[in-house]
Design a protein around this ligand. Sequence first.
Ligand code: JB3
Length: 214
Amino acid sequence: MSLPVIILGGGGHALVLIDALMQLKREIIGYTDTDSGKAPVLGVPLLGSDEKILEHDPAQVMLVNGMGSIESRALRRELHDLFRARGYRFARVIHPSAVVSPHARLEDGVQILAGAVVQPECRLGAGTIVNTGARVDHECLVGAHVHIAPGSIVTGNVRIGDGAHIGAGAVLVKEVAIGARSVVGAGAVVVEDVPEDVTVAGVPARVIRHRTVK
Ligand code: JB3
C-alpha cells in the first residue's frame, strides 16, 4: 500500500506532478508553498508553508518535490536534503504513459513524466526529472537533481553530473559527458564533453557562459 503524499510547491511543475499522481490514483494530502494566497491545484489544497510537513509523521507520508525550474534548481536540492535529514522520504513519480526499463535504477524522488522513456542499465540519481517526452537511452549515468527538459534526447552511454539542466529539445550524442551544474541550452546538439558550471548552446554546442550561481 503506497503512503499518501505531500507536494512541495504549487507552481507549473507541481501541477504536472499532481496530474500524474492523480492518474496513478495516489492519495494527495495537499501541497505546501511560500505563497500563502495560492488556490487549490486541480482541487488539491494548499496546506501552508513547508513547516506544515513537520506535523506529519515521516513514517506515514511521502514527499514529492514540486520545485522544477532552472531558477529553483538549488532550492530543489536543498529542500530534498533538508527533509531527508528529518527522516522524510521522496516518492518516485512515474507517469503511467512513461516507458521505464525494469533494468534501469532510479533513486528516491526520481520523476519520469508523460511519454518519457528510460532504457536499460540507466542509473538516475535522487530527485532527477525526466520531463515530458524526453528520452534517456541505454546505459546512461545521470546524477542527482538533474532536469532533462521536455523532448530532449540523451543517447547511449551518456554521463550527466549532479544538478545539470538539459534544455528542451537538446540532443546529447552517444558517450558525451555533461559536467555537474552545467546547462545545455534548448535545442543544442552536444557532440563533445561539457565541463562543470558552464552554459552551452547551439549546433554544435559551444560554451557561451561560465556559471557562478550554483
Ligand atoms: O519546463 C517545464 C515543462 N516545466 C517547468 C518546470 C520544470 O520548472 C515550468 O515551466 C517552470 O519553469 C518551472 O516550474 P516550477 O518550478 O513549478 O516554477 P513555478 O511555476 O514558478 O512555481 C514555483 C512554486 O514554488 C511557486 O508557487 C512558489 O511560490 C513556490 N516556492 C518557492 N519557494 C516554494 C518555495 N514552495 C515551497 N513549498 N517551498 C519553497 O521554499
